[in-house]
Design a protein around this ligand. Structure first.
Ligand SMILES: Nc1ncnc2c1ncn2[C@@H]1O[C@H](COP(=O)(O)OP(=O)(O)OP(=O)(O)O)[C@@H](O)[C@H]1O
Ligand SMILES: [Mg+2]
Length: 288
């Protein structure tokens, strides 16, 4: 287990300087653009290892929390550590390829809405990812089972961008597992995947996490999925509180209603609405 700690962390996205059209008259006043709100203010929390699901309303900061934990973003104030290392050590990862590899070998990231274009077919890409990770031998032992459980056996001859959105997500999940870093952040990794497939995949991931000691953090909107497979829950409340605990406790009706500040039944309506919107906007397999 690689503990991740947040100590007094504050984070605000930087203001974006959008190019403004030149005014007809020179302005004497500043345009009235409100400063962005902080996503986190003085947050202290320890994220447990194992298979951990992040649950919370849209826009509350699930992706941001994972990006900070995975050393893809850095706090304005306070400290984030992963495996005892301050994530600031990786602040230049974007400019130093060796540092980037070192970070990725510690914690890999499946981004929300991630997509790939490749010249090679999936059947060549997957072994390439496994060979280039920190533990090719371990990757080899799970390769066949993973291809099977991710339902990719029939798609190995296809190039990444020729996959449907749901197949693409399953392929990216498979890649993240084959890379074999000890910590994997998965930001909404199965939203376009057909529910039975997603359930099977997460069941397998949860078992592997327990057996191999890999820490998997996944943000999901499907509470039932989290209930079925999470060992721990990170529940992010509308008021900014971040709670860590057992699925039975934190995913209980009262707890979810407090966090989402919404009646329980509407949470399920919202979840279905969210999925429906995604199905319509993507050529996915979830709506088939
Ligand atoms: N790149 C960005 N630039 C500016 N603001 C951002 C950026 N990404 C997110 N935000 C803002 O930060 C807050 C937290 O967003 P975040 O994406 O972490 O939420 P989330 O819980 O992952 O939401 P969702 O469930 O929709 O994925 C939101 O108010 C969002 O508008
Ligand atoms: Mg998000």
């Amino acid at each position: 287990m690689t503990p991740i700690t947040f100590s007094n962390v504050s984070f605000t996205y930087p203001e974006v300087d959008e190019p403004q059209p030149a005014p007809a008259e020179p302005r004497t006043d500043e345009p009235d653009v409100p400063a962005p709100d902080p996503v986190f203010t003085d947050l202290s929390v320890e994220l447990p290892g194992g298979c951990t699901f992040l649950v919370g309303p849209n826009g509350i900061g699930k992706s941001t929390l994972m990006l900070l934990a995975g050393a893809r973003l850095f706090p304005e104030n306070g400290t984030v550590t992963i495996g005892g290392r301050n994530t600031r050590e990786f602040e230049n990862a974007g400019f130093e390829p060796e540092l980037e590899v070192e970070r990725n070998e510690l914690v890999s990231f499946v981004y929300q809405n991630m997509e790939f274009e490749t010249v090679e077919p999936l059947g060549e890409i997957l072994p390439l990812v496994a060979e280039n990770g920190p533990n090719p031998a371990a990757a080899a032992t799970v390769y066949d089972e993973l291809v099977e459980v991710a339902g990719l056996r029939e798609r190995l001859s296809v190039r990444m961008h020729e996959l449907s959105k749901g197949e693409m997500q399953r392929a990216i999940l498979a890649m993240s597992v084959l890379y074999q870093s000890p910590v994997i952040m998965m930001d909404e990794p199965v939203f376009a995947v057909e529910p039975t497939q997603a359930d099977r995949l997460f069941g397998w991931l949860a078992d592997r996490s327990a057996a191999d000691g890999i820490d998997i953090y996944a943000s999901v909107h499907d509470v039932e999925m989290a209930k079925a497979h999470a060992r721990h829950i990170v529940l992010m409340h509308t008021d900014g509180t971040v709670q860590v605990g057992d699925p039975e406790e934190l995913l209980a009706r009262d707890s979810l209603e407090t966090a989402f500040r919404a009646p329980f039944d509407t949470l399920y309506q919202r979840q279905n609405l969210y999925r429906e919107l995604l199905r319509k906007s993507l050529g996915d397999e979830a709506g088939r």
